[in-house]
Design a protein around this ligand. Structure first.
Ligand SMILES: [Zn+2]
Ligand SMILES: [Zn+2]
Length: 139
């Protein structure tokens, strides 16, 4: 049986790391050349087509998940998020409340008022999130 000296073990470890780095470079190089593969463009919250929770600019067909409660012209709306932040958070995406700037937990949502203006223009006004709108239980 040939016992490896600590030095040769070190060399083997080094070669292993070098191979790993080389392999990693090979693996990630094509992905780096493809733009917008992972991180999605961000927009200004409040603009049309921008998720009010995480600020991701949505492409056509991607919808914001929300619940609209019955009412007349002024209704309460719960905004859960877009496909990039609800129910699973995509890498580099942060769910924040546009009102209190706090992080909105995965099970949290934004509370908004939903109006339909006389000219049929729909308007959503974000009031806050589950962190700043829902009263906390006092012990
Ligand atoms: Zn989102
Ligand atoms: Zn909030």
């Amino acid at each position: 049986m040939v016992a490896l000296s600590p030095f040769s073990i070190m060399v083997l470890v080094f070669v292993g790391i070098a191979l790993l780095v080389f392999g990693y470079g090979l693996f990630t190089a094509p992905a780096a050349r493809r733009p917008a593969a992972k991180t999605r463009p961000r927009g200004k919250k409040g603009d049309p087509g921008v998720c009010p929770v995480c600020g991701t600019l949505l492409s056509s067909g991607e919808q914001i998940k929300s619940a609209l409660f019955p009412g007349d012209d002024d209704r309460i709306c719960h905004v859960f998020g877009c496909p990039h932040c609800h129910p699973y958070l995509a890498t580099g995406v942060v769910r924040t409340c546009p009102v209190c700037k706090a992080k909105v937990p995965a099970e949290g949502y934004l509370v908004a008022r939903f109006f339909e203006r006389p000219n049929k223009k729909r308007h959503v006004h974000i009031l806050g999130c589950t962190e700043c709108r829902v009263p906390k239980r006092k012990n």
